[in-house]
Ligand binder design. Structure first.
Ligand SMILES: Cc1ncc(COP(=O)(O)O)c(C=O)c1O
Length: 455
């Protein structure tokens, strides 16, 4: 007998992941029929033509195929060859062997050094795990924390659906807390208190709070005060903190800067809040989504719990080795005076400048459309504009109609969560600048005619 859908578990059936939902499936269908689609649904920079950084790809190429190091011509710069040799030596068995489950020690040491330099705090390589993208790390920690069906995790609304999907799949409870659209999607204490109170009133044991900073889909960037407020809240209520910091390099507004949760935790001298911080090779200026590199670091986690995390990760043996090497390239860029330094910085700057320009262009264009309003994109890779829709029209219908009419593929706000009575969509800022202009023009024309017809 073949397996039937009715035999599948309720949690599997209830799990939803909007970023690759029915609108994207329809976009693919239309594309097969010859329609030009502008995919704005997912933060996948290289799918829009962003070029990989030379440094990272040289290290990957050399580690994957070490014979390249012995070519008679000096095809690769000396620092790339030297670094690749060091990685291979550190790995002991090369790229084709499993590593230890937590990832190569050599690379975890480099991650620890990166955190020390970034934050001016201590960091322990033993508290760092290399993972297949940040997603795998987030899922591992959610699995660890969700011990019973009444356990819940606080997640922002709007959120990145990795969180809602994984909590649903692991049969935990989603505890939503709302971000304040009127205040640039910032967090405020009273909204956190409300959320916790409501969850507890329903008998939920709240285990942790997840924060996405910079925010997806909101594009907001938290300052030190905001982060301290969250840590204080977590301490007062006995919650662990999951800090999703995959967009830490994507900060666009002058005056803003990335502040890590680890830095603030240490500055506040907090030793009774467990913190899990996630980073990835998929975002920032690397955009290496396909390589699946990432890591997480924990603080204030007792050894017997850390042993359980290691056990969970060892079920999959280890994260992929190419991802581990990419993570090394991310945390160990060329230094001043190295042969690759100048090119690396030129490539990095060009990508970040371009993203900043596109972010500004998109927001400006969206805000010119009557019935659309969008907060400034301070960070990350997305806009999450609010759309005024005629009564009875859902954001899914709007996004599907937008796709059919214009070929622009965005994700309805309902896939990320939104305040009752509001409608949004999420678009990335990743299409090339010329395409962003087209997106804005097409959207504007579509919105006006759609709203007119529906009224
Ligand atoms: C907020 C956030 N966290 C985590 C991820 C997962 O990234 P990856 O698993 O590719 O590292 C994404 C991807 O878009 C994201 O937006």
């Amino acid at each position: 007998m073949t397996i039937q859908k009715k035999d599948l578990g309720a949690a599997v059936l209830a799990t939803e992941y909007a970023v690759r939902g029915p609108i994207v499936a329809r976009a693919q269908e239309l594309e097969k029929q010859g329609k030009e689609i502008i995919y704005c649904n997912i933060g996948n920079p290289q799918s829009f033509g962003q070029r990989p950084l030379t440094w990272l790809r040289q290290l990957l190429a050399l580690c994957e195929y070490p014979a390249l190091m012995d070519l008679p011509l000096a095809v690769f710069p000396a620092d790339a060859v030297e670094t690749a040799r060091a990685i291979l030596e550190g790995s002991r068995h090369g790229m084709g062997a499993y590593s230890e489950s937590e990832g190569l020690r050599f690379i975890r040491e480099a991650v620890a050094e990166f955190i020390r330099e970034r934050d001016g705090i201590g960091a322990d390589p033993e508290a760092i795990f290399l993972t297949d993208g940040a997603s795998k790390g987030v899922q591992t920690i959610l699995k660890l924390l969700l011990a019973s069906p009444t356990d819940g995790i606080m997640i922002p609304i709007p959120q990145y659906p990795l969180y809602s999907a994984t909590i649903t799949l692991y049969e935990g409870r989603i505890v939503p807390y709302y971000l304040d659209e009127a205040d640039h999607w910032k967090l405020n204490r009273s909204m956190l208190d409300d959320s916790l109170r409501a969850a507890r009133a329903q008998g939920t044991r709240v285990r942790a709070i997840c924060i996405i900073n910079p925010g997806n889909p909101t594009g907001s960037v938290l300052d030190e005060k905001n982060i301290a407020m969250v840590l204080d809240f977590a301490r007062e209520h006995g919650l662990a903190v999951l800090a999703d910091e995959v967009y830490q390099e994507n900060i666009y507004l002058p005056g803003d800067r990335f502040v890590s949760f680890a830095h603030v935790l240490e500055a506040m001298g907090i030793s009774d809040v467990s913190l899990f911080s996630f980073n990835s090779c998929s975002k920032g200026f690397l955009g290496e989504c396909g390589v699946r590199g990432g890591y997480f670091e924990y603080r204030n986690v007792p050894p017997d719990v850390a042993a359980q995390i290691l056990k969970l990760l060892s079920v999959c043996l280890c994260s992929n080795l190419a991802g581990q090497v990419a993570t090394y390239a991310m945390v160990h860029p060329p230094r001043s005076g190295d042969p690759s330094y100048e090119l690396y910085n030129r490539e990095k700057k060009a990508i970040l400048e371009e993203l900043k320009l596109r972010a500004a262009l998109l927001v400006e264009g969206l805000n010119k459309i009557d019935g659309v309003s969008c907060n400034a994109i301070a960070g990350a890779m997305y806009a999450f504009p609010r759309i005024m829709l005629p009564v009875g029209v859902s954001d899914e219908e709007y996004c599907m109609a937008l796709l059919e009419e214009t070929g622009i593929c965005v994700v309805p706000g309902s896939g990320f969560g939104q305040a009752e009575g509001t409608a949004h969509f999420r678009t990335t800022i990743l299409p090339p600048t010329e395409k962003i202009r087209q997106v804005v023009e097409k959207l504007s024309a579509f919105h006006e005619s759609y709203v007119l017809v529906k009224y």
